[in-house]
Design a binder for this molecule. Structure first.
Ligand code: HEC
Length: 141
C-alpha cells in the first residue's frame, strides 16, 4: 500500500505523463492505430485461403505480431509511460508475448498461434484493468 501511495504521489507531481507528445503518437493513437488492428489480425488468424499467397499471409501475420512488440516498446518511452513500475512491466509483457507469437507464426500452426495470441490478449486485459479508467478519467479532452 505504501509503495502504491508513493507512486500515486510521484504521478501527481509529474503531471499527465500520458498527454500527447507534440512529436509523437499518444497512447490512445498507438492503441487505435497500431495495437488494435495488429492484434485483430493476429487474434483472427486462420488457414490462408485456397489460391491465395500463403507465404505472404503468414509473413503478414508475423509482421502484425512484430508490430505489437513495437507498440509495447513505444509504450515504455518517456512521455508515454504512465509510470516506471507496473506500466513498464505491462508494456514489456506485451513485447515478450508478441515476440513469442511472432515466433509461433513461423510454425504455421493455427492452434499454437491462437495460444500465443491468448497470452498477448492477457497483457491487453491486464494493463487495461489497471490503467484504462485511470488514464481516461484524467484526460481533459
Ligand atoms: C501498457 C498498457 C497497455 C497495454 C499493454 C495495452 N493497452 Fe490498450 N490502452 C491502454 C490505455 C491506457 C488506454 C486508454 C487510452 C486513452 O483513451 O487515452 C488503452 C486503450 C485502448 C483502446 C481504446 C479503448 C476505448 O474504448 O477507448 C483499444 C482498442 C486498446 N487499448 C486495445 C489494446 C489491445 C488490443 C492491446 C493488446 C494487444 C492493448 N490495448 C494493450 C493501455 C494499454
Amino acid at each position: 500500500m505504501h509503495r502504491i501511495a508513493v507512486i500515486a504521489f510521484l504521478m501527481a507531481m509529474a503531471g499527465p505523463a500520458w498527454a500527447q507528445d507534440a512529436h509523437g503518437a499518444s497512447v490512445r493513437q498507438i492503441m487505435l492505430g497500431l495495437t488494435a488492428p495488429a492484434s485483430d489480425a493476429l487474434f483472427g488468424v486462420s488457414e490462408p485461403e485456397a489460391g491465395s499467397d500463403a507465404d505472404l499471409y503468414w509473413e503478414t501475420i508475423e509482421a502484425d505480431a512484430m508490430m505489437l512488440a513495437e507498440a509495447g516498446r513505444m509504450l515504455q518511452q518517456p512521455g508515454l509511460a504512465v509510470d516506471q513500475g507496473e506500466w513498464v512491466a505491462q508494456a514489456k509483457a506485451l513485447v515478450e508475448t508478441s515476440l513469442a507469437a511472432a515466433a509461433a507464426v513461423k510454425g504455421r500452426n493455427v492452434d499454437i498461434i491462437f495460444e500465443a495470441g491468448d497470452k498477448v490478449y492477457g497483457t491487453c486485459e491486464s494493463c487495461h484493468g489497471k490503467y484504462l479508467e485511470q488514464v481516461q478519467g484524467k484526460k481533459t479532452n
